[in-house]
Design a binder for this molecule. Structure first.
Ligand SMILES: Nc1ncnc2c1ncn2[C@@H]1O[C@H](COP(=O)(O)OP(=O)(O)OP(=O)(O)O)[C@@H](O)[C@H]1O
Length: 340
């Protein structure tokens, strides 16, 4: 009987498969769990079957955990409500806190297992989380809201791996070959193509509205405010405009958007709430990412109770409310907060 036991979140994809394999090689007794998150039954049938196939290959049990009720309440409903209020949610950040590194750890507790692993591309030394070696796949941004108490329990076997190496590793194993070549999953697991398809199931999002300039004059029309996020530059009309125009703000109550030229998107400071830090910091210098796919830029942060203020060392163009500001000290994740 192996002394070291680990619960691995097995989605049926190549990353969690290789993660489980590497842990087993290291001498861990692996127990798998497939979590049913959203309610696309066909998706789950297909992916749970893959996870079970990997389980058979590894000779490990793969539990099926239906937490679709929790997921709906804490991730999906939040996603829909945020768009309804004219904001731009980040469901993966919330899912990692509440579900993957929340409910999945409770499930590990119920099995008497201390360690939990996933195929996320991040590194950890048991105290902090760091960017992955594969910077193009780095997922540390999405872990900024994870509770700091859980970090010592987490293992991320892929932190030092490049995605290409992971695929090549799986491709060597005949029964896993198809996983190595399958197409990458979409960024948000319950969004197949476009987020508006999800919103459409819950409300009327195609309601034409007015486009205003900063002076408050009506200059065009748009398709319905939920189609827009700050910084977007397509899908609306602006009469007589020569330069490209960008969404500067969204007014859900009046179904209006305000647009302007790129320099009007410039922001040098902002407020945050839902603050989560891995160290007790109240005032600090760091680098901040204001969305996932962006470069980290220098910042000074002051925390005051539930709120914080971020002063940027250089301007950003387009700051979407509802996205997360994520702080780093070099490669080390310091935490983050939601942009107000
Ligand atoms: N439905 C699920 N059940 C169990 N674990 C999951 C599930 N979805 C994701 N995970 C875990 O979270 C990790 C990161 O999830 P993400 O959605 O980013 O997956 P991914 O990069 O597509 O990985 P994979 O190739 O393993 O599907 C996965 O590697 C896996 O360990």
């Amino acid at each position: 009987m192996a002394e070291k036991k680990v619960l691995v979140g097995m989605s049926g994809g190549v990353d969690s498969t290789v993660a489980a394999l590497l842990l087993q090689k290291e001498g861990y007794e692996v127990v798998g769990v497939y979590m049913k998150l959203h309610d696309n039954e066909a998706y789950h049938r297909e992916n749970y079957a893959k996870a079970r196939r990997v389980g058979e290959y590894l000779g490990v049990e793969v539990h099926f955990l239906d937490i679709s009720g929790d997921f709906r309440q804490e991730v999906y409903d939040y996603f829909v409500e945020e768009y309804r209020t004219g904001r731009t949610p980040n469901p993966c950040v919330v899912c990692n806190r509440q579900i993957k590194f929340g409910r999945m750890l409770e499930f590990a507790d119920s099995l008497g297992i201390e360690k939990v692993a996933t195929g996320h591309y991040v590194r950890s030394d048991g105290r902090y989380i760091y960017m992955a070696r594969d910077r193009s796949k780095d997922q540390s941004y999405f872990l900024a809201q994870v509770r700091k108490e859980v970090i010592p329990r987490l293992l991320f076997p892929l932190g030092e791996w490049l995605k290409e190496e992971v695929k090549a590793y799986a491709a060597e194993i005949p029964v896993l070959q198809d996983l190595a070549t399958q197409k990458e999953s979409s960024e948000i697991c319950f969004v197949e193509n476009d987020y508006t398809e999800v919103l459409q199931r819950h409300m009327e999002i195609d309601r034409e509205g007015e486009v205003l300039n900063e002076a408050g004059e009506v200059v065009g029309t748009h398709k319905g405010y939920m189609h827009y996020t700050i910084g977007k530059r397509r899908g609306f009309t602006v009469r007589g405009a020569h330069d490209p125009h960008y969404v500067l703000s969204v007014d859900p109550e009046r179904n209006r958007i305000v647009v302007g030229t790129r320099e009007k998107l410039e922001e040098r400071s902002f407020e945050i709430s839902r603050i989560n830090l891995f160290e007790d910091l109240t005032e600090f210098d760091c680098q901040v990412k204001v969305r996932y796919r962006t470069r980290a830029i220098p910042a000074h942060v002051v925390i005051d109770g539930e709120r914080g203020r971020v002063e940027l060392g250089e301007p950003v163009y387009g700051l979407a409310r509802g996205q997360f500001a994520v702080f780093y000290d070099g490669e080390r994740l310091l935490g983050g907060g939601e942009i107000l």
